[in-house]
Write a protein that binds this ligand. Structure first.
Ligand code: UGA
Length: 476
């Protein structure tokens, strides 16, 4: 089938690449000429495992073409998929881009060609979108067209795998005058070994939202459980491990730590609470999900301060990992950025490292005063304490014994419960995580007194070697 995919951001590119893997022919359209030119030569605007490989293969074998010529693409397509952004700079819902895109696409689409919205949309927009499309067709003097939604459930970092092996495919029907739209979309997914559910558009839309809200709820539950485990001196890993055997519960998305970030979960929780509230519906559970999630960041900073004798000012803190999760360069809603800002505002000197240099550079712009190191060891060098904020594989493989030696004092707060307690103790660390207590190797006597902020800053300046964009300023 020939498909036009409009909007070549994260969702559009994964969808386009995935469809070519199933043998479809895809014409990818984007209005950003620079992005189009880069993509045409195989350069992706984002980091996503396996995506560059499948896009390069599809460009080479001709299954994927990239263009900024919208009309050509939609006139020759059997199906038009729209994947433009539906969030604004602050990360809240916005539907302007989608409305503009529909105004360009809908009047020109041949009769019978289904228009499928793959972007995540707010539930209250479903009706508006349906009537806007109807009006655009009638104003253009054209026949009504099938309008469907097809929410994606892919996770950054594993998006290609999630697309090609979905748990389910959800098709939401907003309008299907001759019943052929849903049929064609089913055909598109015939290679997917998963149930295909055809529902009303509003149900499909809320199914997508509900899935993310539930995942967020699981994470906040795990974080509350972790706090209880710390209180009772239990291990959250052991507890969740035992709970997970109950098939009604399961074990996924119950990892405690600094909480969820990203462009989806945080905003969908807060926007849903806000939208419900505006309509007179209090959503106390989701409200609490957000409260717990934000609390985790504060707990992380308190934990560090506690291990440093209550004083962060003048302390040199190494932060490992900046992206909101591993295997992505996405910093949107990343707990690490909020934590770095909080530490800086307490007078700490923060030097961070992320395995993706592009992400680290952008983080330095977003957090003035935070210095960026070019390796984990450079960040850890002479640090008073360290925090792990993204569970990149590289940190699992780090020589933690050597790391303990280069630090001023071997203190690590693991904000992702990513490292084994026994291993960190053997490496000589005072090691704290969430719901797994704080452990000290025997006979380790701390805490060294702070060197003072000025001295720590000067020290950092001298270190120099691989520090990129050391943007330590007054506001730090
Ligand atoms: C999320 C959903 O998982 C996808 O199904 C959905 O398609 C996507 O949003 C979307 O709406 O587009 P994503 O934002 O990529 O995917 O990230 P997640 O894997 O959900 O992780 C979100 C955050 O939760 C990360 O910061 C992660 O570190 C954190 N997390 C995850 C935990 O703190 N604990 C866990 O047990 C799992």
């Amino acid at each position: 089938m020939r498909v036009a995919v409009i909007g070549l951001g994260y969702v559009g590119l994964v969808t386009a690449g995935g469809l070519t893997e199933w043998g479809h022919e895809v014409i990818g359209v984007d209005t950003d000429a620079d992005r189009v030119a880069k993509l045409q030569s195989g350069h992706l605007p984002l980091h996503e495992p396996d995506l560059a490989t499948i896009v390069a293969a599809a460009l080479a074998n001709g299954r994927l073409r990239i263009t900024d010529r919208l009309e050509d693409a939609i006139l020759s397509a059997h199906l038009v998929l729209i994947a433009v952004s539906t969030t604004d700079e602050q990360g809240s819902w916005q539907t302007r881009t989608l409305l503009r895109c529909l105004a360009d696409v809908v009047p020109a689409v041949p009769d019978d060609t289904p228009v499928v919205v793959r972007s995540t949309i707010p539930p209250l927009f479903v009706k508006q979108m349906t009537s806007v499309v109807e009006e655009l067709r009638s104003e253009a003097g054209r026949q009504p067209i099938p309008l469907l939604i097809n929410p994606e459930f892919t996770r950054e970092g594993t998006a290609v795998r999630d697309f090609l092996a979905p748990d389910r495919v959800v098709i939401g029907v907003a309008a299907d005058p001759h019943g052929r739209g849903a049929y064609r979309l089913r055909q598109l997914y015939r290679r997917a070994e998963a149930p295909i559910l055809v529902q009303r558009a509003i149900d499909a839309c809320v199914a997508k939202l509900g899935s993310n809200l539930f995942l967020a709820t699981k994470i906040s539950f795990a974080n509350e459980l972790a706090a209880l485990c710390d209180l009772f001196d239990a291990s959250v890993e052991e507890v969740v491990g035992a709970m997970a055997h109950d098939r009604r519960i399961g074990g996924s998305f119950l990892r405690a730590g600094v909480g969820f970030g990203g462009s989806c979960l945080p905003h969908q929780v807060t926007d849903t609470v806000r939208i419900a509230q505006a309509a007179g519906l209090h959503a106390p559970l989701l409200d609490a999900v957000d409260t717990v999630n934000l609390r985790q960041r504060g707990l992380f900073v308190e934990r560090l301060a506690g291990l440093l004798g209550g004083e962060l000012s003048g302390r040199r803190i190494a932060l490992l990992g900046l992206t909101f999760k591993p295997d992505t360069d996405d910093l949107r809603g990343a707990p690490a950025l909020a934590i770095a800002r909080a530490l800086l505002s307490e007078g700490a000197v923060v030097i961070a490292y992320d395995p993706l240099e592009t992400a680290a550079r952008r983080a330095a712009e977003l957090v003035p005063g935070m210095a960026i190191a070019s390796s984990a060891f450079e960040a850890l060098d002479r640090a008073d304490a360290a925090g792990l904020l993204t569970e990149w594989e590289e940190f699992q493989a780090l020589d933690w014994t050597a790391a303990a030696r280069v630090m001023r004092q071997p203190i690590l707060v693991d904000g992702r419960n990513a490292l084994p307690v026994a291993r960190m103790l053997a490496a000589g660390f005072i090691y704290s995580s969430f719901g797994r207590g704080t452990h000290r190797p025997e006979a380790l006597d701390l805490v060294a007194s702070p060197v003072g902020r000025e001295a720590a800053l000067a020290d950092l300046g001298q270190l120099g070697r691989g520090i990129i964009g050391a943007t330590i300023g007054e506001e730090g």
